[in-house]
Design a binder for this molecule. Structure first.
Ligand SMILES: *[C@@H]1O[C@H](CO)[C@@H](O)[C@H](O)[C@H]1NC(C)=O
Ligand SMILES: *[C@@H]1O[C@H](CO)[C@@H](O)[C@H](O)[C@H]1NC(C)=O
Length: 457
């Protein structure tokens, strides 16, 4: 059977190649921004989508999950939430890899010749390729080999593409947490068995110079950079984006604060436990949306409606759905409340400028709540209404930067501003330019001193 995904991609591929030849004007808009898409055998990308109906179902085994292969619809955005819905999809974050690939294909400034490229995109579906290691207990101890086959391929197929800049100009997307894919490759004798659900992909020496775009970065990210979790909102036109932002702006918000996440009380005191305890006491001020067992993953209506009615959204650190909920909250104009500095401020600098966090979010140090008896509801209720409105307006200004607009969207929407993919690519190009310059100047040590690349020029 011909691969349906490949068939869908084909017209885009042809279109992209045609676009390159017609684009050499006097003032080169692509200078420093040319991307070569590495040609990979389908076993590294499109064939991995077959996992959807085979031994490794993509969908969570919960009632609300769509049948696994349905997640592949719309190049990975998933099926629409409703037949009449235009901008909302049941998006599975793990399919960000094919979606990102699709978006890169429709970009201008692609270079068919790697020698002319400023950066090389490796369309490897990394987290999909990790599924066998995660889901088959027999492969747990083999998970250090995740990526070995790709490393082998890149080293031998047209090896000069990789060796030219020692891999410093290569980048790929990993639709998962960098923590989960940076386990030590060697297990010491007598050591605990490998952590379930983890691989060593980022620790492979062959990829040490690649830029990995992950949904969550480690504390001292050197190789990776965090990009927003995909939400369910993927508008295709400026009119649809603005209609949504207007709705969020006008929405009546009788509820003070909302928590969407796991609802089981943790055994040890922590911030999530404190939030749940306070919300149980203050049903007048707090709404809890039960997102345990993947209930929210494919059902955006479940939490979006309540978010539109709430002034603040509580974002404790923790499981992935909670982190994703930060982006859902921003889209809904629900001012995010962070309890840990590292939660987002240090992660998503390309998309949410660290210096502007105080304008669109609230920070309450978790220790003051868990140990110091600070009440979250009292703290938030004390914020003057005009200040809340200002923060909400700033959050909605950030919304277009963290959303993933639909592929094939209107030129008007593309011109209106950069979305999550555009900003990720710009940030990557900036980082690669810095490294390339350091290499060209014969000062590779400067690469390791290149600091905060979240500053926009
Ligand atoms: C990574 O970059 C450094 C500095 O340019 C280089 O010495 C090293 O060989 C590179 N590593 C790989 C695996 O290419
Ligand atoms: C809940 O209410 C009780 C009774 O008013 C109070 O003693 C307790 O401290 C409250 N707990 C939280 C977490 O607000």
């Amino acid at each position: 059977m011909p691969n349906p995904v490949l068939l869908l991609l084909l017209p885009v591929l042809l279109h992209a190649v045609a676009a390159v030849s017609s684009e050499d004007s006097a003032e080169d808009p692509c200078a420093g921004r040319r991307i070569h898409i590495r040609a990979l055998p389908p076993r590294f990308n499109t064939h991995l989508l077959r996992h959807c109906d085979a031994a490794f179902p993509l969908a969570d085994p919960s009632a609300s999950a769509p049948p696994s292969c349905a997640s592949l619809a719309n190049h990975g955005l998933g099926p629409r939430t409703h037949p009449r819905s235009r901008s909302w999809y049941r998006t599975d974050a793990r399919l960000l890899e094919p979606f990102f690939h699709r978006r890169i294909l429709e970009r201008r400034c692609l270079a068919a010749d790697p020698a002319l490229a400023d950066a090389v995109f490796v369309p490897y579906y990394a987290s999909l390729d990790a599924l066998p290691y995660l889901l088959d207990p027999a492969l747990l101890d083999s998970s250090a080999s995740h990526g070995a086959s790709l490393a082998e391929f890149l080293a031998h197929d047209r090896p000069q593409i990789l060796s030219r800049r020692h891999g410093h100009d290569h980048f790929l997307v990993l639709a998962g947490s960098a923590w989960d894919h940076s386990q030590p490759p060697e297990l010491e004798k007598g050591q605990q068995p490998r952590m379930w659900g983890s691989t060593s992909l980022i620790r492979r020496p062959e990829f040490e110079n690649f830029t990995v775009l992950a949904l969550e970065s480690r504390t001292w990210p050197w190789q990776e950079h965090a990009i927003p979790h995909p939400t369910s909102f993927h508008p295709s036109s400026l009119r649809r984006l603005q209609a949504w932002l207007d709705r969020a702006r006008r929405s009546r918000r009788p509820v003070l604060m909302l928590f969407a996440g796991g609802v089981s009380r943790p055994s040890r005191p922590n911030i999530r436990g404190s939030i749940l305890a306070e919300c149980a006491n203050r049903t007048d001020a707090c709404v809890v949306v039960d997102c345990s067992a993947g209930k929210c993953a494919h059902d955006p209506v479940r939490y979006t409606r309540p978010m539109l009615r709430s002034r603040f959204c509580l974002e404790p650190p923790g499981d992935t759905p909670t982190r994703r909920s930060t982006f859902d909250a921003i889209l809904a104009g629900c001012v995010p409340v962070f309890f840990e500095d590292a939660a987002a401020r240090r992660q998503y600098g390309w998309h949410l400028p660290p210096a502007r966090y105080d304008e669109f979010s609230v920070y309450i140090q978790k220790e003051t709540v868990v140990l110091g008896g600070v009440r979250i509801a009292e703290t938030l209720a004390a914020v003057p209404e005009a200040e809340v409105r200002r923060m909400r307006e700033r959050a909605l200004e950030m919304a277009p930067r963290v959303m993933y607009r639909r592929h094939g969207s209107t030129a008007e929407l593309r011109r209106a501003g950069m979305d999550a993919v555009d900003l990720a690519v710009e940030g990557t190009l900036r980082r690669i330019r810095g490294r390339t310059r350091a290499l060209e100047d014969g000062q590779p040590e400067r690469i390791y001193a290149l600091e905060d690349d979240s500053i926009e020029p």
